[in-house]
Design a protein around this ligand. Structure first.
Ligand code: ADP
Ligand code: MG
Length: 438
């Protein structure tokens, strides 16, 4: 997981960029009084009548070039904490410094200057300007800073490319998928070119596959641009994947700070232990974290010939078949499809084996092997609405369970060897339907 990055191009300088000391936030009219009581040992419940203690006595430092993850259940105070880092929320007590500059207790003008030069923020849901193009949206921060138009569009173009949106510069937000819109948000934050990036559940609304892709891209961007990132999530897998260090929050307090390995192997208390309960590699990894894009799937409407062609192109012997709304109908095997074509069957749906296993994205790997071995087919990962999200080939599963790399490119062919006799195919099908065997 994070191993591959420990050896990466992270700057080795151990320099503090964000410094947080005894930071407390109480919502309520008697916040100050509550904070004083908390400071002298009162519990969150003790002060409940005075206000909601959202963050209590948080202290930590974030080093340059680090991805610092704050993880905790909903309501544990993560958003409140991150909003105090850039002064969106005033602290009740305690201090925040970014690049040595105070963020807490400074006048609004000073605060705006710090925000402009030091911190950008990406939210889970943020507003893109609907009538402006992708490029203009990305350049928006620079516009506010008064950067001249040609210059800001040039800078924005570069960032758009970095987040993989090249070619979409002139589109409107409504023409983009949710994942792409999120990239625009990230591009906008990157465009401001601040050393610190704050991300509050920035990927939580995305489909698992896109989310995974974004996580990988963030790690790449970080390595490339050397940003210091504070990333908030309630998702353990995401925290483990992204975090150089993780702070675990509970009821407003930071209960442990450590590397992913430390959090896993040496949880500070029962709460953390429960969070990472019985974690071994098979449990940290979920179906969503190992699945592959559902390339080995076709809509039922392609018919037997279309299915066979796809299997041949991909050199695989089985395919998932989907119906309306990308719902999984089942799977077909090459030999059955071939026989059907020979018999003149035109309906792919009639050939589908419905016993193909489907699992939810958050199914842990430890629950998968039995299903896989009994079925002999790849596992379909489906969303709540039955929509196909990804596929887990059997060999991938075995690799993930053993101590083997989960990079599966080398296994794809081994898993499902081409079982179609190219000669037979060309005899059976006309040349326009299926291209010649390679
Ligand atoms: N503006 C607010 N006014 C009053 N209470 C709030 C406000 N914002 C957050 N809270 C409370 O503070 C606590 C922490 O919330 P939050 O920081 O949003 O947690 P998280 O981001 O971890 O889900 C919760 O009990 C929440 O209800
Ligand atoms: Mg939140």
């Amino acid at each position: 997981m994070s191993e591959s990055r420990a050896t990466g191009e992270r700057p080795a300088v151990d320099e503090t960029v964000v410094r947080v000391e005894h930071l407390t936030k109480v919502f309520g009219r008697r916040a100050r009084e509550a904070a004083d009581r908390l400071a002298s040992g009162a519990s969150r419940d003790d002060v409940a009548k005075l206000g909601t203690a959202a963050v209590i006595d948080a202290s930590f430092e974030v080093r340059r070039g680090e991805i610092f993850v704050v993880m905790g259940l909903s309501g544990s105070g993560k958003s409140t904490l991150i909003r105090m880092l850039n002064g969106l929320l005033d602290a009740t007590s305690g201090t925040v410094e970014i690049e040595g500059e105070r963020v807490t207790g400074v006048d609004p003008k000073r605060l705006r200057a710090v925000r402009r030069s030091q911190v950008s923020m990406v939210f889970q849901h943020f507003a893109l300007l609907p009538h402006r193009t992708v490029l203009e949206n990305v350049a928006y921060g620079l516009e506010i800073q008064g950067v001249e138009r040609a210059r800001r569009l040039e800078l924005a173009r570069d960032v758009v490319r970095r987040v993989g949106l090249e070619g979409w510069e002139q589109r409107l937000p409504s023409e983009l998928s949710g994942g792409m819109q999120q990239r625009v948000g990230i591009a906008r934050a990157l465009c401001a070119d601040t050393p610190v990036l704050l991300m509050d559940e920035a990927f939580s609304a995305l489909d698992p596959l896109i989310r995974r892709e974004m996580q990988e891209q963030l790690v790449e961007l970080q390595a490339e641009l050397g940003k210091t990132i504070v990333f908030i999530t309630h998702d353990l897998n995401e925290a483990m994947f992204l975090g150089d260090r993780i702070a675990v929050m509970r009821d407003g307090r930071i209960v442990q700070i450590g590397t992913p390995e430390e959090i896993l192997t040496d949880p500070a208390n029962d709460y953390v232990a429960q969070f990472v309960q019985d974690v071994d590699r098979t449990r940290v990894l979920t179906a969503a974290s190992v699945m592959e894009p559902p390339a080995a799937a076709v809509p039922v409407t392609v018919g037997p010939r279309g299915a066979l062609r796809t299997m041949r192109d991909m050199q695989i012997s089985g395919l998932l078949v989907t119906g309306t709304g990308r719902k999984v109908l089942g799977a077909v095997k090459d030999r059955d499809v071939l026989r059907a074509i020979q018999r003149g069957v035109a309906d792919l749906g009639s050939l589908v084996d419905t016993s193909v296993p489907t699992v939810a994205p958050d199914t842990s790997l430890s629950d998968l092997p039995e299903i896989a071995i009994t079925s002999g087919m790849p596992i379909a990962v489906v969303g709540e609405d039955g929509r196909l999200l990804g596929v887990i080939p059997r060999v991938l599963l075995l690799a993930a369970l053993g101590n083997v790399s989960t990079d599966t490119s080398e296994f794809a062919v081994v898993d499902m060897p081409p079982a179609i006799d190219p000669l037979l195919v060309t005899q059976t099908l006309d040349a326009t339907e299926v291209p010649d065997a390679r």
